[in-house]
Structures are given as structure tokens and as C-alpha cells.
Design a protein. Structure first.
Length: 155
């Protein structure tokens, strides 16, 4: 089963970098300076920020489905991040470094199945869940800490 990982779009985050720290706080966001790598995984570029790099920690609705699984969570975005476009079957290094929760949703946004796997061995879990015709797409979350990481669709 072929699959494709997709990122968050850059556009909603770009204007946030021009805001003051006070303006960000009013939106529930924070400007941070990465102090280690890995540790600040960007959801737009799917690359970990390097020490000294500016990132925003913001809340993002990654699961907008009108279901009990509708969800928002904290995400990191690197300043000047370019959207990643992983190839078919490609798992970016920022995902490979982490323990991932894989959640399979149907077209109505209901969770149909889930599993946990190390990122370096995630492909069999992705393929198994996508083999279930009731599952429309997958969400990957970092299991420790559990932030949203990326979406996976059939390719």
C-alpha cells in the first residue's frame, strides 16, 4: 500500500512571526528559541529546528472533522519554514526519530484503529492501517510528548 505524508500549510503561520510576544500571548502562542536538536519539530518543514533558531509554539486545529475526535493541539513552526513535500513512501527524519502514535480515521472523522510504533519502523503500521478500507486517512502524533506531527494518505 503506497502512502504519502503531508505537512501543515505555512500560510496560516507566516503572519504570526511579525507579531510581538504580547500579541502572540493573546492568541495563545509563544515565540521560543530552540535550545536542542532534536526537540522542536516543525510541522511545516518536518525538520527539527537547530539550536538558536526561532520557532513558534501555537495551537492548531489538525482534526477539523465534526466528530467527537475533532482536535487541536500545540505545534512548533520554524521561522521561514518551507513546506515539505515528501515523496511517496518517504518518512521524514523528524518523524523517524520519535515514538509515534498512528490514528486511523474514516471519512466522518471517527477513529477506526490506532497503534504505536517507533518512527524508524513506521511503514508496516501505516500500510496495515491503510489496508483497512474503512480508514480514509491517518494522523501521526509524537507519543512523548503527544503533539500532532503529520497526516498520511494513500498515494
Amino acid at each position: 500500500m503506497s502512502f504519502k505524508v503531508s505537512t501543515l500549510p505555512a500560510a496560516p503561520f507566516k503572519p504570526l512571526f511579525a507579531l510581538t510576544d504580547e500579541e502572540l500571548a493573546l492568541r495563545g502562542a509563544r515565540r521560543l528559541i530552540a535550545d536542542k536538536c532534536p526537540g522542536f519539530p516543525c510541522r511545516v518543514s518536518l525538520v527539527d529546528a537547530q539550536p538558536g533558531e526561532v520557532v513558534l509554539l501555537a495551537n492548531y486545529e489538525h482534526q477539523p472533522a465534526s466528530s467527537p475526535y475533532r482536535a487541536r493541539h500545540a505545534v512548533f513552526v520554524r521561522e521561514n519554514a518551507q513546506e515539505a513535500h515528501p515523496g511517496v513512501g518517504e518518512v521524514p527524519e523528524a518523524l523517524r526519530l520519535r515514538l509515534l502514535s498512528v490514528r486511523g480515521f474514516d471519512e466522518d472523522g471517527m477513529m477506526m484503529d490506532a497503534d504505536v510504533a517507533e518512527g524508524r519502523a513506521i511503514e508496516p503500521v501505516i500500510r496495515r492501517l491503510l489496508a483497512n478500507s474503512a480508514i480514509s486517512y491517518l494522523h501521526l502524533h509524537n507519543a512523548k510528548p503527544g503533539c500532532y506531527a503529520a497526516r498520511v494518505d494513500r498515494a
